[in-house]
Design a protein around this ligand. Sequence first.
Ligand code: PEP
Length: 249
Amino acid sequence: GSSGKFFVGGNWKANGTKESVSKLVSGLNSAQFPSEVDVIVAPTFIHLPYVVENIDSRYQVSAQNCWVGRAGAYTGEIAPEQLTDMSVPWVILGHSERRSLLEEGNDFVGAKAANALTHGLKVIACIGETLEQRETGHMYDVLEGQLKGVADNVVNWTDVVVAYEPVWAIGTGKVATPDQAQEVHAFIRKWLAEKVSQEVSAATRIIYGGSVNDQNAAELASKGDVDGFLVGGASLKADAFATICNARA
Ligand code: PEP
């Protein structure tokens, strides 16, 4: 595992109304988890100000995306400096839903990561293979291409968390086995050691995402190279999310 704190992120995706977000924030504010865990929640852009204002300071807030450059004439986008101005310290980049539905490529995701870091954001960089890529023996090529997109652009990895999210496990209820997760996390750590540096490999948190819930989190968390989770569906339920935050006992 890495030398960093256990890390649990909740990706709310395009979910939530004023009412449901307010209930979720109340639930999270009463949840218990150890102080040695970094817990991040990522609401939609329009819910960010409410969550920043109302969530307990034990949580850190994240956006789910940001623009690749500075603020300016980029209709519909949100720039990193606007997030930091809103006291949002984190951003999720390269989520598989954006890679597939919006055709975000490896270089674009890498450029976004570099830009976000330059403007003082911390980055959760997502990578992961599809079932077809895994079954046809292309898994490691795909992961390597995605990692290279980040590594070619990012100079300082201090504020980067890598999220391994196999596409076939996201929102499907089909979680990777603890051994499958460990195998890929170990590959990522080795790749970082060889292609970036031993220091970055040892310090970077590699978290797993894909149908993590309150029932399966503890077993996944027992694996040496699983440094935390990125959670979709189960992050919308305060109780389940709190259980996941307690997964590394
Ligand atoms: C995600 O989209 O980051 C995710 C892990 O989703 P879920 O937990 O719903 O599979």
